[in-house]
Design a protein around this ligand. Structure first.
Ligand code: AHR
Length: 515
């Protein structure tokens, strides 16, 4: 009786619009030694030869007036280093299964120009190739994740690429690399074996692809030089659980280190809706799609558990993010979209999901890094802006390689029409220095949250924090107002014993630090 009265009162308060919702979160700090580590690779990115992602984004060429190092923009390098980009996937995407790596090595004026048939039919002059990418990764301090061509390539081509990049022995591939100016091999651990093999990668069945994978993985080998390879199978689209099941069943486990899955927060493939100026209904639906990631990861992981109970094979979400209509007036094949607080909400909630599934999700790549889909950076000639998503990635980097701390969030609804979503999400970790970080999101566009955070098992001396918030879900940074949204100090958390009282504004992402 008492509890139903409270529920009615709560609902009345919420309907009044001025109400503050109440949430309780517990963080379990006891016995952390068996907890999984949050792999830093969960915070990885993706750069495809698509639109202005590589050309105009990362790469402007060494004759550009824009300050650069071997053609790569210095401002981009500085921003991504600050964000702590751990790994970058390249050259696609769908482009990867059309890409022949030999086109992108040797003197630039001798490289063949090809047509980028997936993305706008534009000329790809191959001026950004293997050396450019791997040297750029060194500048960024990021590990390369190279997607091999299975759809239109050959096993030999991929085996040669691995040898070209990684071998120090005397052989035709390392001789060729040396002749092209790179004496020392690079260390390329992550290799994708095709991309979206069920679609643009060749429209294969899972059974057929599993056989292809077995063949490719065999001739790729398990190591090159001193580098142990991490071979990632092209994974399911969204809830195609049969794809994961077939791969886990049909691929011998000594040949595979990761299975991918792709999921985009898209309202509908026919009608995606605008990146800015969207309605609350569109916002709600986007968040619904984004939060589906939890179910997808849980169910793909459950299938993997059946075949790999020791969790040796990683689930690699190597494409995720918001996907909307392109900006008016831009090439529809370039997938250029603005990035708003809605995207910050997608990033904050999705990264919390990945952190909380750190036992199985050990890599994830936001699509895509610059000027494409949910980008962390947008460029316009000399100018560069950091998007709300950038700040989420940068604030959350404290979780990289930290120990996961289990969290429980009480039910708090963000309701729209007859439907509802959890308004608050959280994840927590303890880093190697013993510092605890808690990341929180409030996706509700109008209600702030009063959160009681119970810290079970440890006492702390102090709390500090940073927050990203703005008045409207559609707010964004523009080339005229580049700093409208950025992470700032957060003073809304008060430590009382081992409880934190937090007031989290509507539409916000915060990261708390406890010492
Ligand atoms: O990220 C854009 C495209 O989306 C990728 O090329 C493809 O893998 C996916 O369908």
């Amino acid at each position: 009786m008492r509890s139903s009265l409270l529920k009615v009162l709560g609902a009345l308060l919420i309907c009044s619009g001025s109400a503050v919702a109440q949430t309780t979160i517990t963080v379990d700090l006891n016995n952390t030694s068996a907890n999984p580590t949050i792999s830093k690779y969960i915070y990885s990115h993706f750069a495809e030869h698509l639109g202005r992602g590589i050309y105009d984004g990362f790469y402007v060429g060494d004759t550009s007036k824009i300050p650069n190092t071997n053609g790569v923009r210095n401002d981009v390098v500085a921003a991504l280093r600050k964000m702590k980009i751990p790994s970058l996937r390249w050259p696609g995407g769908c482009f990867a299964d059309t890409y022949h790596w030999r086109d992108g090595i040797g003197p630039k004026d001798k490289r063949p120009a090809i047509v980028n048939k997936w993305w706008g039919g534009v000329v790809e002059d191959n001026s950004f190739g293997t050396h450019d990418f791997l040297n750029m990764c060194e500048l960024l301090g990021a590990e390369p994740y190279v997607s091999g061509n299975v759809g239109s390539g050959t096993v030999q081509e991929l085996a040669d690429w691995i040898q070209y990049t990684g071998s120090d022995n005397k052989n035709p591939m390392s001789d060729l690399r040396k002749a092209n100016g790179r004496d020392k091999p690079w260390s390329v651990k992550f290799w994708g074996v095709g991309n979206e093999a069920w679609g643009c990668g060749g429209n294969m069945t899972p059974e057929y692809y599993a056989n292809e994978f077995r063949k490719y993985a065999t001739f790729m080998g398990s190591s090159e030089g001193k580098t142990k390879l991490f071979r990632v199978a092209s994974g399911a689209s969204d809830d195609d659980y049969n794809w994961t099941e077939t791969l886990m069943k049909n691929i011998p486990h000594h040949l595979i280190e990761g299975v991918a899955v792709h999921h985009y927060a898209v309202i509908g493939w026919e009608k995606k809706g605008p990146a800015t100026g969207f309605t609350e209904e569109q916002y709600f639906t986007t968040m619904q799609r984004a939060l589906q990631m939890d179910t997808l990861v849980t169910r793909h992981a459950r299938i993997m558990d059946k075949y790999d109970p020791k969790k040796q094979i990683a689930l690699v979400v190597d494409e995720w993010g918001g996907w909307y209509d392109v900006e008016p007036g831009t090439n529809p094949g370039f997938l250029y979209q603005q990035n708003t607080m809605r995207d910050a909400m997608i990033a904050g909630t999705t990264l919390n999901i990945f952190n909380n599934h750190a036992d199985r999700v050990r890599m994830a790549n936001l699509a895509q890094c610059i000027n494409v889909l949910q980008a962390v950076i947008l460029t316009n000639k000399q100018k560069m802006i950091l998007t709300p998503t950038y700040y989420v990635m940068e604030m959350y980097n404290v979780h990289q390689d930290a120990t996961l701390l289990p969290t429980k969030v009480s039910e708090t609804d963000y309701a729209f029409g007859n439907e509802k979503l959890p308004a608050v999400s959280a994840s927590a970790s303890k880093d190697k220095a013993g510092v605890v970080h808690i990341s929180l999101t409030n996706i509700d566009p109008s209600k702030k949250q009063k959160i009681t955070l119970k810290l079970n098992g440890q006492n702390f001396k102090g709390v500090s924090g940073r927050i990203l918030t703005s008045a409207k879900t559609g707010d964004c940074n523009t080339f005229n107002a580049p700093d409208k949204i950025k992470a700032v100090a957060f003073n809304g958390a008060v430590l009382k014993g081992n409880t934190l009282e937090v007031t989290l504004p509507a539409i916000s992402v915060a990261v708390l630090t406890l010492n």
